[in-house]
Design a protein around this ligand. Sequence first.
Ligand SMILES: *Cc1c(COP(=O)(O)O)cnc(C)c1O
Length: 380
Amino acid sequence: MIRLTIPAIDDAEISAVTEVLRSGYLVQGPRVEAFERAVAERVGVSHAVAVSSGTAALHLALLSLGVGSSDLVVTTVYSWPATANVVELCGATPIFVDIDPATFNLEPNQLETTCRELFADRATAGAVKAILPVHAFGHPADMTAVMEIAGRYELPVVEDAACALGATWNGRPAGSIGRLGCFSFHPRKAITTGEGGMITTDNDGLAKRLRVLRNHGLDPMASDADFVEAGFNYRMTELGGAMGKVQLGKLDQLIDTRRQKAATYHRLLENTAIRAPLEAMGAASVYQSYVVQIPERVGEDQRQVIGQLRERGIEATIGTYHIPLTTFYSQKYGFSVADFPHADSVTRTAVTIPLHQHLEQDEQTQIVDTMLDLLDERKQ
Ligand SMILES: *Cc1c(COP(=O)(O)O)cnc(C)c1O
């Protein structure tokens, strides 16, 4: 089976983790701190706060901004459900915006229209608390447009950069552009700590609040333990911290490899019926996933195509989720097909194909040829 993804773990991570196990100090200590400093430096911000997952990062980022009950957060329709779930977990309501099908990211005109409508209505104007764009599959959202719109409505931006460590928009690292950036170190992402996450920010006050919230409400500055609010246990383990530091050292090389293999796919897909993912002007994607689109007319059979690829030894999967059409959101808010036509279409056509550091060029050829054969068979 050609695997979809394989974490880049070798002896360096194994010995770093073994050393932690022998030390007997397992949770949020010097190794987590060192990893935080390394990520802050890499992203180019003053603070990085390590947490237990990307979801925890997003949850705390919103809480640190004071997002609470009856508030609204504007976000994308097409993402891992955690992006919207964290809004619900704050007691707030996500306002969904459709995507640009070429990049899978928030479509700026739709974002502008949504904000204008929300601010034109007195019932909602005061409730909008943040914009939460996602850098889908490691490709940065149009942050020039997002920041411009956010500035006009005086809204803070939280970047869901879960997949985008190392990606840039006009040379600026993902996670350094909005007020807060959130990363995930789940094994499907470019670098991993098993489970893990990080919040980046230049804001001293928010960073302090995040450190309080992740650790039971404990004031990190107080000499005697003092609990200043009802916090969570969202800490990262020392095992994760040690592993993350080693992994971060490989990031540039991993991104390089991913971009080279993405370029090979681009070349193989040129002038075929399969649409390669677009890299927008100004964007440098890290290709956390390589997501193609098959023609819409066979798109209804997308899951069958994925099944057939697996039967032929190629691990493939869908792109990501159309959040408003998941059971929870469709039942709670009454969303249905046609509310977000671009996401509807991408949901039928997007297929993620293998991309990892061990993928060989002849395997990439085999993957593309197999897909084209399958599509040809379907046309007949
Ligand atoms: C992976 C991911 C998350 C959640 O990260 P976890 O570490 O799995 O909690 C959130 N948003 C996006 C866009 C993701 O890809």
